[in-house]
Design a protein. Structure first.
Length: 253
């Protein structure tokens, strides 16, 4: 179920939603270990599991002459009840997740756009007859995007972000900065855009995760694509099929 009161012309409005699911006779895997720790896995039905979710978002835009100011905020809430079997013993987990977020944008036509944003994710789960009793984790994600269009035909973009994840064991890097920079030039009556972009300028991108199962807690760090450079050439199609199009792009990387 949702309610939407949004004006696409001004990018302003309100959106809310609510939903959930109930699963009867949920199918789950059941693993039994013998004296030699040999695992035998089969599938069984359990009574029921369910989840509910709700949230809303608000966006507003103001424009005066060449200046535009936008803001938005919202929150999402999820609640889950799950059950499972390990060594023929029933366990259950009750979890709630909160996702508040906010963003701003300020721009001057054909000169500059600055857009900061923030997202916070909180997870709390309680267990019964499980490998642990409870978990409480959170994640911060802050981003700042800035694009300038001066001098004429030159487009300079900066995308800077900071991420902190508490759901990582000590000894692993829990936070990192990610900074992407691009420089482009419009030519051929602004139909062609040549651009070079450097990803992960600080060379800090990481991918560390923690996974909790009924029989183990696993911390691992995987190799991710870090610092690299990409060149692109974008062609703006003014006409297509006899009709003028302003949003079509053809890109070569």
């Amino acid at each position: 179920m949702n309610f939407n009161n949004y004006d696409y012309a001004t990018r302003s409005g309100f959106y809310s939603y609510f939903g959930g699911s109930l699963r009867k006779n949920q199918i789950v895997s059941s693993t039994v270990y013998d004296a030699d720790f040999k695992a035998n896995t089969t599938y069984q039905n359990i009574d029921q599991t369910y989840n509910f979710y709700t949230g809303f978002s608000v966006n507003k835009s103001y424009k005066k002459e060449k200046r535009t100011f936008k803001y938005g905020f919202g929150i999402g809430v999820n609640y889950d009840f799950n059950q499972g079997l390990t060594n023929a013993a029933l366990y259950q987990a009750k979890g709630i997740q909160l996702n508040p977020r906010a963003n701003l944008s300020w721009s001057i036509d054909e000169l500059v756009t600055i857009s900061p944003s923030y997202r916070y994710t909180y997870n709390a789960t309680s267990f019964e007859n499980y490998v642990i009793d409870k978990t409480n984790t959170f994640r911060h994600i802050f981003k700042l995007e800035a694009t300038t269009y001066w001098p004429k035909n030159v487009v300079l973009g900066n995308d800077f972000g900071y991420t902190y994840n508490s759901n990582i064991a000590n000894g692993f890097q829990k936070d990192f900065y990610l900074w992407n920079v691009s420089l482009g030039y419009n030519f051929f009556n602004e139909q062609l855009l040549a651009k070079v972009k450097v990803y992960d300028l600080l060379n800090q991108n990481v991918n560390a995760t923690r996974t909790i199962t009924p029989t183990a807690i696993t911390d691992e760090e995987n190799t991710v694509l870090q610092q690299y450079v990409m060149f692109s050439l974008t062609y703006k199609l003014e006409k297509f099929g006899g009709k003028k199009k302003d949003s079509n792009r053809f890109m070569i990387h």
